[in-house]
Write a protein that binds this ligand. Structure first.
Ligand SMILES: Nc1nc2c(c(=O)[nH]1)N[C@H]1C(S)=C(S)[C@@H](COP(=O)(O)O)O[C@H]1N2
Ligand SMILES: [Mo]
Length: 409
């Protein structure tokens, strides 16, 4: 056999190996020097939008869905570059904040009014709140059997500082009829199909929630214009409920005399069974209820999972905890798979509906593998489950304990 044949054989083999590793053909493989291997999977990083931390995880690029690994949620107030992104449709284009209009109307509105952002800024009192926003599908990856939708792990949650006017003040200036029960939002993003008559998402909240102090029409996030990905130039921000009710690129609010019936308000979207159902079982959509307050939950933001420590070193842990419309009253950690728990120190929230910071110091008895589990308890005495909670076909509300791995060497 000639040496060139040998060489071809080598390349054939390497192409095969390469293809199975990378799932793609190495185009110039025949130019590769003998005994050189391709660099492999670790060399590839997802191309994330400008302004996003490069360690965020791209789940989907159309629509754009990006999650935050828990250790990047360590900041007390989530900065824009580390905030998860959940889009249902295509990003709106050609936005001009100076001509932006918000329409308020609906069968339970006494009048119809149109506001510019300047009207909102000058005619109403502004407020600033830190508000926790967690996607209803955060933790979906944990459900078995798997449910459809983005397989979010633990990081579809944020708590930024939002500035705007109270939705209540704006609705009252329009006039709310006695029969109002719900509000709904519309945004400027377009349906993935490109059909301009369809919204990608148009959800809403009960009127009582809409009238809470903390429900804002916001134009600023962390003291700056809202980033485009997060709803520039105007966003509805509602704490406590799934983040899907916080409409981005807000163009219209409707005051409804019935439960809002926009896109993603029907079927089992953002709904869970009224009575527990068996995992994977058939279901009847009339036995479902709309998710309102999110359940109690927490995250370990320091250290990153996989931390390696020397024996006898103690470990300082920290993270955040939140409980939908409620508050977190106690935070515990376990290093023995939940057999015993140690109480953490827990801060009060900056304001209602903001996440709370917790910290703890733990010691490990000897060398080996450990997991740290974190568990929050809310004002009703309800704690996070250690394992996956009630299975539901939408894969919502997985609030099981966050776990990290720690090795003592
Ligand atoms: N107009 C509009 N608003 C929207 C969405 C959307 O696709 N379009 N997604 C919703 C969902 S499902 C979530 S979880 C949050 C995500 O907010 P973020 O991308 O700013 O983190 O926005 C909500 N508001
Ligand atoms: Mo969401």
């Amino acid at each position: 056999m000639k040496s060139s044949d040998n060489r071809r054989g080598f390349i054939q083999k390497s192409v095969l190996t390469i293809a199975s590793v990378l799932g793609s053909e190495v185009i110039f493989a025949k130019n590769m020097p003998d005994r050189m291997n391709v660099l492999g999977e670790e060399s590839f990083v997802d191309i994330l939008p400008e302004g996003k931390n490069k360690d965020l995880i791209l789940l989907n690029d159309r629509p754009l869905n990006i999650e935050t690994p828990p250790h990047l949620l360590d900041d007390k107030v989530t900065p824009a570059d580390k905030m998860f992104v959940r889009n249902n449709g295509n990003l709106p284009e050609n936005i001009d904040a100076s001509t932006w209009q918000l329409i308020v109307e609906g069968e339970s509105a006494k009048t119809r009014k149109v506001f510019t952002i300047n009207d909102l800024k000058t005619k109403f009192k502004s407020s600033t709140y830190q508000l926790t926003m967690e996607c209803g599908g955060n933790g979906r990856y944990g459900f078995s059997p798997q449910t459809s939708g983005n397989q979010w792990q633990d990081g579809a949650v944020s708590c930024a500082e939002w500035t705007g006017v109270r939705l209540r003040d704006v609705l009252e200036s329009v006039g709310i009829k006695d029969d109002a029960v719900y509000i709904g939002y519309y945004g400027k993003d377009t349906h993935l199909s490109g059909d301009a008559t369809k919204s990608s998402i148009s959800r809403g909240v009960p009127i009582k929630k809409a009238l809470e102090n903390e429900t804002l029409l916001a134009w600023a996030m962390n003291g700056q214009d809202i980033p485009l990905l997060h709803g520039f130039p105007l966003r509805l921000v509602v704490g406590g409920l799934p983040a899907s009710v916080s409409g981005k690129w807000l163009t219209k609010i409707v005051i409804r005399n019935k439960i809002h019936d926009g896109e993603k308000m029907s079927g089992h979207s953002y709904k869970v069974p009224i009575h527990p159902i068996e995992a994977g079982a058939k279901f009847d959509e009339k036995d479902f209820k709309i998710i309102e307050s999110m359940p109690v939950k927490s995250v370990i933001t320091y250290p990153k999972t996989g931390a390696i420590l020397e024996e006898k070193q103690s470990l300082s842990l920290r993270g955040h905890a939140w409980a939908g419309d409620l508050e977190v009253t106690e935070m515990n950690v376990s290093i023995d798979f939940g057999a015993t728990w140690q109480k953490c120190s827990l801060e009060k929230p900056k304001n209602r509906l903001a996440w709370q910071h917790w910290s703890a110091k733990v010691e490990f008895p000897r060398k080996g593998y450990y997991e740290v589990w974190a568990k929050a308890t809310d004002t009703n005495g309800v704690a996070q489950p250690m394992v996956i909670p009630a299975w539901n076909p939408g894969g919502y509300l997985n609030n099981s304990c966050h776990r990290i791995a720690v090795k003592i060497v």
